[in-house]
Ligand binder design. Structure first.
Ligand code: CA
Length: 230
């Protein structure tokens, strides 16, 4: 069965070109022209990946990402005309998996789609790693049910956040640099901005740390990467 891609873009010429290339690449393509139509379509058709323009009538790309992420891990590639790092980070913070800056080549976008879909196979989750429950003080990580609790209260992590946490926690004290984490958790360091790791670490900290700005478990090793402290 072909994988389905939802293109959310209010400029018909862009939607058309992107749709054409994705169709030729063997994907089934759907389109939506505004944020609310996109949310309907996500609910109805459950696409395998969403290409999402940032500037949209109705709900903008940030809002659509936030609402999709509240319910699912469907990969999102954001299209942005903005070049500043702040805007790119904002998209990743909301839970986008990748972004492409306009103007872009349709061919490059197709490569990104393939890379993101490959990564979303979630290698860390299926690496045949130990299924042993990890307990560090109040923090309990259960790889089988994929649940995380802190002092008995359940924390809701996305699939990627969970994979990142479990990757670090399985090797306490080991230092992982961002490229290594991209490889282990995302499956590839190709086409992905290392700041994605930074953003995900920050999100995991807000969910498991008592004081995310002074983390006890996931600490930063300056200039190198991250380390899990039991
Ligand atoms: Ca637009």
């Amino acid at each position: 069965m072909p994988q389905s891609i939802l293109i959310v873009e209010d400029e018909p010429s862009i939607a058309e070109v992107v749709g054409l290339y994705l169709g030729r690449a063997g994907f089934e393509v759907r389109t939506a022209v505004d944020g609310l139509a996109a949310l309907d379509e996500v609910e109805r058709a459950e696409p395998d990946l969403i290409i999402l323009d940032l500037m949209l009538p109705g709900a903008d790309g940030y809002e659509v990402t936030r609402r999709v992420r509240a319910r699912s891990d469907t990969p999102i590639i954001m299209l942005t005309a903005r070049k500043s790092e702040v805007d790119r980070i904002a998209g990743l913070e909301m839970g986008a998996d990748d972004y492409v800056v306009k103007p872009f080549s349709a061919q490059e976008l197709v490569s990104r789609v393939r890379a993101v879909l490959r990564r979303s196979g979630s290698p860390a989750a299926h690496a045949g790693s130990s299924e042993e429950r990890l307990e560090y003080g109040d923090l309990v990580i259960d790889p089988i049910s994929r649940r995380v609790t802190v002092a008995g209260s359940e924390r809701s992590l996305t699939a990627r956040e969970f994979d990142l946490l479990v990757t670090l926690a399985r090797r306490p004290q080991a230092v992982f640099n961002r490229d290594k984490l991209l490889e282990l958790v995302w499956g590839s360091a190709d086409y992905i901005d290392p700041s994605t790791v930074t953003v995900h670490v920050r999100r995991v900290r807000t969910k498991i740390e008592a004081d995310p700005s002074h983390p006890r478990h996931i600490t930063t090793v300056w200039g190198v990467g991250y380390r899990f402290q039991p």
